[in-house]
Design a binder for this molecule. Structure first.
Ligand code: SAH
Length: 323
């Protein structure tokens, strides 16, 4: 698992997973804090993304662990569902109206501020509602997806490393240095086909990069590689994407060998996504996750940096994975 620390992307974790009512006073304080933060950020967009260690979590083929846990998971998702209604009081900043007139530098700066706050608002929505509501939201207002990704792209551009590139590199390296299904090689089905599900793929960059790599590799090499990438998201932004809520994707059980969540564990019911990954992964398949550190810290600043993500990794083990 790769964890990224991104300033200005902190999530109010207590709103998502831990429970407890957010008091009005606290909400007001948070709002003030958020405003201050937004102002500071407008001048200096996100500058730093810090990469922590990469850990891969491998699908466990001991299926008997699963039934015990399914009750707990249900309870968890019910718990987070209840939270949803208590946290939806945020107002959307005004949508960006596109204009054909040339903007002055000041206008450009103001436009950037506005689009930054729209991005943060959509981002917060997607993290604090259930995946069903997210699908509804994007279906009813598809332009939110485009606004979100315009903001997302500009954030990622300022990071030292894009996590999608980390995963693409991982695929290329393992595919070219080891045989499929050999130790250290990519996991494949019995016929050595590697099947990847990119859950919450955004603009499906991973699929594009992998198919370019595959075309080049297979042109030059006798030993052909067979890698198929399925890309799922809330909007069909291009032909590579299948629209689906990642808690329920249209793929058969045990049909994939790698499932990727690249900054896509959005939604209060994110453990449902982990269960879905378990369902579609073949035995010995791998789960790859890149997330923002604050997604997994209680307070965001007083946790021991080395423990960040540990609770989540423990939850993954309870869902049947090991690493
Ligand atoms: N993985 C891409 C995009 C990350 S942004 C990348 O790293 O570049 C997170 C993406 O997850 C968004 O495109 C959002 O629409 C998608 N997403 C969030 N919840 C989802 C859900 N329940 N089902 C499908 N996609 C979801």
């Amino acid at each position: 698992m790769t964890l990224f620390e991104v300033k200005g992307w902190e999530l109010k974790q207590e709103k998502i997973a831990v429970g407890g009512v957010v008091s009005k006073k606290k909400a007001k304080k948070e709002k003030k804090e958020k405003k201050r933060q937004a102002e500071a950020e407008a001048n200096a967009a996100v500058q730093n993304a810090e990469t922590a260690a990469i850990t891969e979590v491998v699908a466990n083929d001991q299926a008997e662990e699963k039934p015990q846990e399914s009750k707990k998971r249900k309870a968890d998702s019910e718990h987070t569902q209840t939270k949803k209604s208590k946290t939806k009081q945020v107002e959307a900043p005004a949508p960006i109206v596109s204009t054909t007139t040339k903007l002055t530098p000041l206008q450009q700066k103001m436009m950037a501020k506005l689009s930054g706050s729209r991005f943060r608002w959509i981002n917060e929505q997607l993290y604090t509602i259930s995946s069903e509501s997210a699908l509804e939201l994007i279906k009813s207002q598809p332009s939110l997806f485009d606004e979100y990704h315009a903001g997302f792209r500009s954030q990622v551009a300022s990071w030292p490393e894009n996590p999608v590139d980390v995963f693409v590199k991982q695929i290329k390296t393992r595919a070219t240095t080891r045989n499929v299904n050999a130790p250290g090689g990519l996991p494949g089905l019995a016929n050595r086909k590697v099947v990847v599900a990119d859950m919450g793929c955004g603009e499906a960059q991973l699929s594009l990069d992998v198919s370019k790599f595959l075309a080049q590799h297979n042109k030059k090499n006798k030993r052909k590689l067979d890698i198929q990438v399925h890309s799922f998201d809330l909007k069909k932004h291009n032909e590579r994407i299948t629209v689906a809520d990642i808690k329920n994707v249209p793929l058969p059980d045990e049909s994939c060998t790698i499932v990727i969540f690249c900054l896509a564990m959005m939604g209060t019911n994110f453990l449902d996504f982990v269960n879905e990954a378990y369902r579609i992964l073949a035995p010995n398949g791998e789960l790859w996750i890149a997330e923002i550190k604050s997604r997994f810290t209680e307070s965001g600043n007083n946790a021991n940096p080395e423990d960040v993500g540990q609770e989540f990794v423990d939850a993954l083990k309870l869902c049947g994975f090991f690493h």
